[in-house]
Design a protein around this ligand. Structure first.
Ligand SMILES: *[C@@H]1O[C@H](CO)[C@@H](O)[C@H](O)[C@H]1NC(C)=O
Length: 375
């Protein structure tokens, strides 16, 4: 009796371990619980997934297959535009919100045929954990969207792919706008039309993005060279983003763009193979970059931005008072420069949960650990 009871409880514990969040958020979103210990659900259809994510219950939602939204909302054929030319490697654009008409009046008009499901992400309500099983959790043809005051959400070990990659405005993989306590971990995004991650203009509060892979390889790009331009867009009002152990690969711009009133702690990330810029840092952006690697990145920081940057070329005690550790130097291989000595904003980190930092050499391993299917 006793041993079988023990065996039973051991098996139960194993099952619970397998159907739960792995680890915990570091940095600003520390303490996020998502669906907590709600009993896990395993959707089998796209409709069920949409329903679980969008209802008002705390949920742990396990993804053990590919959810293919392609075709679920039909296709549309419309007139768009070609601001970067009609070459086969160039993205063209949907006329979303009259973007072509208003902002690209001189661009050639082209016919665009796109999958309607890709344009707007799946609504995610508060208190949800969305967790991939092994390497099986894939959402194809639609992103995820956290807006309108939702909070306490964990997205872990999920791949989001194939959102009309040939078209600007074809879809964003992960959207946040008016949120708090969001943790994105071990997510991979690829073949995206617009932004891999976009934090909208409203406050997104405390966000941690960790161990994720943003893959910019595409046959269609705004720079017409297989490098995706629309990477990470961090321009909210009053956003606090911890960005740690991420792999940013094969992008040509906005990876990230930081503006609005965003406090960004970018630590131990690996930027790799970029034609164009990684950081675009505009007025209001406040950024610490430390312990990170820039390998074959043409322009780690776009010139002329009005944001504030601290990025030291050596271990620097200027951070100690407010971040609780000396800032780590960044490492550069066959890359342009990124440095900043503005300490005027470091006090904004005071009293917050701050992610730890290690030497940039340890960030070289991010190439092996970031993305879905790695936990
Ligand atoms: C989320 O969970 C917390 C804790 O159980 C609860 O207080 C809150 O009302 C929930 N939020 C929503 C929007 O359901």
């Amino acid at each position: 009796m006793r041993s079988s009871a023990l065996l039973y409880s051991a098996l139960t514990a194993l099952a619970q371990t397998a159907a739960a969040v792995t680890g915990a958020a570091e940095g600003f979103a520390k303490g996020v619980t998502g669906g907590g210990n709600a009993s896990p659900v395993y959707p089998t259809t796209t409709a069920q997934l949409v329903s679980y994510l969008g209802d008002s219950q705390a949920r742990v939602i396990m993804l053990d297959r590919t959810f293919d939204f392609t075709g679920t909302e039909g296709t549309a054929t419309e007139t768009g535009c070609a601001p970067w030319g009609t070459g086969s490697g160039c993205q063209t654009a949907l006329n979303k919100n009259n973007w072509c008409t208003d902002y690209q009046p001189n661009a050639p008009k082209v016919s665009v045929k796109y999958d309607k499901a890709g344009v707007l992400g799946i609504t995610v309500k508060s208190n949800k954990s969305l967790i991939g099983v092994g390497n099986k959790g894939v959402i194809k043809g639609k992103g995820i969207r956290m807006v309108s005051g939702v909070q306490n959400i964990i997205i872990q070990n999920v791949q989001i792919t194939n959102l009309n990659p040939q078209y600007v405005w074809g879809g964003d993989a992960i959207t946040l706008d008016n949120t708090d306590m969001i943790w994105i971990d071990h997510v991979t995004t690829s073949l995206i039309g617009r932004q891999h991650v976009v934090l909208g203009n409203n406050a997104c509060g405390r966000v941690t993005i960790s161990n994720s892979k943003f893959d910019g390889q595409s046959s269609w790009s705004a720079t017409c060279n297989t490098y995706h331009y629309w990477g990470l867009y961090f321009t909210g009002s009053n956003d606090m983003i911890t960005f740690k152990n991420n792999y940013i690969y094969h992008m040509s711009g906005r990876s990230p763009k930081v503006a609005g009133n965003t406090l960004l702690h970018a630590v131990n990330n690996y930027w790799h193979d970029s034609k164009g810029h990684a950081f675009e840092l505009d007025a209001g952006g406040k950024v610490v970059v430390e312990g990170s690697v820039f390998q074959n990145v043409e322009t780690p920081l776009e010139a002329g931005g009005a944001g504030k940057l601290f990025a030291s070329s050596s271990t620097n005690a200027a951070c100690s008072q407010y971040l609780g550790h000396a800032c780590q130097a960044n490492g550069f291989g066959s890359s342009g420069a990124l440095s900043g000595s503005d300490t005027s904003f470091l006090s904004y980190f005071a009293g917050k949960n701050i992610a730890s930092a290690t030497d940039y050499n340890t960030a070289k391993n991010v190439i092996n650990t970031a993305g879905s299917g790695k936990i």
